[in-house]
Design a protein around this ligand. Sequence first.
Ligand code: IMP
Ligand code: MG
Length: 180
Amino acid sequence: MRNDMKCILLTKEEIAKRVCELGNQIAEEYKNEDAPLMICILKGSIVFFADLIREIDLPLKIEFMTASSYGSATVSSGRVKVVSELDNKIVGKNVILVEDIIDSGRTIAYIKNDMLTKGVKSLKVCALLDKPDRRVSDVHADYVGFIIPDEFVVGYGLDFDQQYRNFPDIGVLKPEMYAN
Ligand code: IMP
Ligand code: MG
């Protein structure tokens, strides 16, 4: 293990197994529907998204949007910035938002509420990680990879100050790594 990690929470093998299960579940649930439009919420979801879409055996389409509420701290700022030009691409579509982690829930609540006003046919959320202990918005994911404790995690797309996104496992950073 790298010496900047306190522990590894999920190995890449555990993640791959669960992502495969999620992909199969989504494929099964949409097999008689219009194939979903999968939207990757950048940047944190990029690794999960790339793996997940390849486990869904449906003629789906993909789009990207940017959202952030963190800045460079490890505690959610409460402000959500959304950058998206998807408005006319989501009308009448079965949309699945793909998020790396739901923490306070503010980001996904904001995006969901916004999209629901824009004429989507259906809207679901798929999150790799869920930290329910820290929820402040009343929001849930329809598909969840893993429920995790209230720890700041990095790897598999998740960052601390834009680093560690390429770490293949999901780990808990030693507190001294973000102390200053
Ligand atoms: P929320 O709006 O508080 O739910 O925050 C969601 C966003 O915060 C996620 O998309 C992540 O980008 C980021 N985030 C939340 N918890 C963590 C964490 O433990 N590690 C890295 N990023 C996190
Ligand atoms: Mg994110």
